[in-house]
Design a protein around this ligand. Structure first.
Ligand code: PLP
Length: 409
């Protein structure tokens, strides 16, 4: 007898990164020369998962009470302060003068996106996504019985604002509400970072829909790996968001602090209406309590400590710069070898991934696997997680990928 709720039937992960990564790990056990560029986690030049010494030290020195105990569902005021300071840095004061906010701790950025989707769309409604995106967005949508409409993300090498508006209009026509997720900067999987004016044009468009509620879920999972030291200037754009616009910033501690498994995150909602934001605060906390109760206490107390101790903070920032330099060197090798070998990829600006569009994806993946290379298939493309490869492993990789694609076509 099949004992299952109707809404659960047929649900299954397909091409999920964690599944493909298991295959790559198994292949590497047999052949250590296998290239595993599947998972979006930062590895050092010895091929080991990178950890920040300062973070490691803080975590290991936490008193039992701060390590093992329950955290509050919201994360508590010290966590909220530390995350707001971390995320907005010098933009915090002016942004939070212009906007009201609601805040809740979430298990990773995933939890923040879930919280935002769950509280902004009803069953049967449609979410707007670009045509190339992080797979779990669509899985979360389908799990909540939401539909997805896609726009073509690029026009040549720029963000396709016309395509975005065209599809947004279609959605608004049907449901008089727009909810979209934008992963920026360092977009997964392409590595694109929007120009400030491109993000401004999204806000401008939303503002123009005065009587239509618009929600921008702004996923900043990779922001701290942006090579641009002024990347946070774009938060100032949110000050101009209209009364009808709610911005939900999905913060993830996973990549920023290299604490992937500790499930650290938060949803920060920014809006204009104080009363509504108070109501929203209660709602998003309720969602947290009913879906995951509360989040892991250790990373919550870790960032609180980092926030309070300037010396630890500045030591950590030095280590961040070191990790970014490593990532930049890897990106430079791949991008220049791709050019030399005529391998075209989506417009890469920065971040963990470079993605190569290709036909006959299944054959390409097979050819790659036969050559001991494991990448993640994304719609009509393969994603290379340069974050997890040493510089030595990256050398020659573009050429091998080009060969695998040519053989399949
Ligand atoms: C685009 C994007 N958003 C959000 C996340 C959320 O990560 P986590 O839930 O581990 O914080 C990830 C992780 O891979 C991601 O790639």
């Amino acid at each position: 007898m099949k004992i299952i709720a109707k809404h659960s039937e047929g649900k299954m992960l397909k091409n999920d990164v964690f599944q493909i990564s298991e295959q790559a790990k198994a292949a590497k056990l047999i052949n250590p020369n296998v290239i595993d560029a599947t998972v979006g986690a930062f590895y050092d030049e010895k091929g080991k998962l990178y950890k920040y010494k300062v973070i490691d030290k803080i975590l290991k020195k936490l008193p039992d009470e701060e390590f093992y105990s329950y955290a509050s569902t919201s994360g508590g005021s010290a966590y909220r302060e530390a995350v707001l300071n971390w995320v907005f840095k010098d933009k915090r004061e002016s942004l939070l003068q212009a906007k009201k906010y609601a805040f809740v701790a979430t298990p990773g950025g995933t939890g923040a996106i879930f919280n935002s989707l769950y509280n902004s769309l009803d069953k049967g409604e449609t979410l707007l996504l670009p045509n190339i995106y992080w797979g779990p967005y669509a899985n979360m949508a389908s799990d909540q019985d939401l539909k997805v409409l896609e726009y073509s993300m690029f026009k040549k090498d720029s963000f396709n604002i016309e395509g975005f508006i065209e599809k947004a209009e279609e959605i608004i026509e049907k449901q008089n509400k727009l909810v979209t997720i934008i992963n920026d900067p360092c977009h997964n999987p392409t590595g694109y970072t929007m120009k400030e004016e491109e993000l401004a044009s999204v806000i401008e468009y939303m503002n123009s829909k005065k009587n239509t509620p618009c929600v921008l879920i702004y996923d900043i999972a990779y922001m701290d790996f942006s090579f641009n030291s002024t990347i946070r200037n774009r938060f100032s754009l949110f000050k101009d968001a209209g009364e009808n616009v709610l911005i939900s910033i999905a913060f993830s501690g996973s990549k920023t602090f290299s604490v992937y498994g500790l499930r650290m995150g938060a949803a920060i909602y920014l809006g204009s209406d104080k009363e509504f934001l108070n109501e929203l605060q209660a709602i998003i906390t309720f969602t947290g309590r009913t879906h995951w109760s509360n989040c892991t206490a250790a990373p919550i107390n870790m960032i609180v400590e980092l926030d309070k101790k300037p010396k630890k903070y500045s030591d950590f920032m030095k280590q961040v710069v070191y990790a970014m330099e490593m990532l930049k060197e890897r990106a430079d090798i791949f991008v220049s070898e791709a050019k030399e070998n005529g391998l075209s990829h989506y417009p890469y600006v920065e971040g963990f991934f470079i993605t190569i569009p290709c036909n006959n994806l299944e054959k390409v993946i097979k050819n790659l696997n036969d050559d001991g290379i494991y990448l993640v298939p994304v719609k009509g493309a393969v994603r290379v997680a340069i974050c997890s490869l040493t510089k030595v492993a990256i050398q020659g990789l573009a050429k091998r990928i080009k060969t695998a694609i040519d053989l399949a076509n």
